[in-house]
Design a protein around this ligand. Structure first.
Ligand SMILES: [Zn+2]
Length: 227
């Protein structure tokens, strides 16, 4: 008898104690399927067939959002404040990496750890820019901020604590300045409204009338703000 195989669109198949079949697509586009111990392959394949369009579309969408892994070679482009800046590999220098005049300069003896050096530099650039800009906007619009920090959050551009401390993801520094200003204003407005109520958005729109445009921009381009 010919054995029945699971549909090849599935990359990873696991049996679980749960009593339902679940299909997930991870951020590298792999289709992960879990099924109860008693579910037959026939039954599983039937479900895949029913959901085939949804699975294919979602997989295609995720793959279209993938950005190629950086190679850290001469001429490669890296984003800073919405601009594409060129990487230049320079002869061994006491500074592993620097940002200068729209270029990133990486010392040739530091290429092996280029990714870590880049992230450290981006965090520094983010801290300088975002802290200054937050203080400036807080002063201009009368907000009180207690603390400003930078982290590596992948799903949030910023957050504001109950004590009005603001945290930004360093990746935000890759966005254009007007988009960054919107995120800063968004977090500053959370020092007044600890929610996303009508009053909150009203306050955001008073300061940043085009805020919806920036939200959409982040939704469509946020995946590019990484290395
Ligand atoms: Zn918010």
């Amino acid at each position: 008898m010919k054995s029945i195989k699971i549909n090849p669109i599935v990359s990873k198949f696991t049996r679980t104690n749960s009593n339902r079949i679940t299909i997930k697509i991870n951020n590298t586009g792999e289709v992960l399927l879990t099924a109860p111990k008693y579910a037959s392959i026939y039954e599983i394949n039937k479900l895949i067939e029913d959901k085939f369009d949804w699975i294919s579309k979602k997989k295609e969408y995720i793959l279209s959002k993938q950005i190629p892994k950086k190679k850290f070679i001469n001429g490669e482009k890296f984003l800073y404040l919405g601009k594409e800046c060129e990487l230049k590999i320079i002869p061994a220098n006491k500074n592993a990496i620097q940002y200068f005049d729209n270029n990133f300069l990486l010392s040739e003896n530091c290429i092996e750890y280029a990714e870590q050096y880049f992230i450290a530099l981006y965090k520094n650039l983010a801290w300088n820019y975002l802290a200054n800009k937050t203080v400036e906007l807080a002063k201009k619009y009368n907000f009180n901020v207690t603390n400003i920090k930078i982290n590596s959050a992948k799903t949030k551009w910023g957050s504001c604590s109950s004590k009005n401390g603001i945290i930004y993801s360093w990746n935000l520094i890759m966005a254009p300045s007007e988009v960054i200003d919107y995120v800063i204003v968004h977090e500053l407005c959370h020092t007044i409204h600890k929610n996303h109520s009508k009053d909150f958005w009203e306050l955001v729109s008073q300061i940043t009338p085009k805020y919806k445009e920036y939200i959409l921009f982040l939704k469509n381009n946020g995946h590019l703000f990484n290395i």
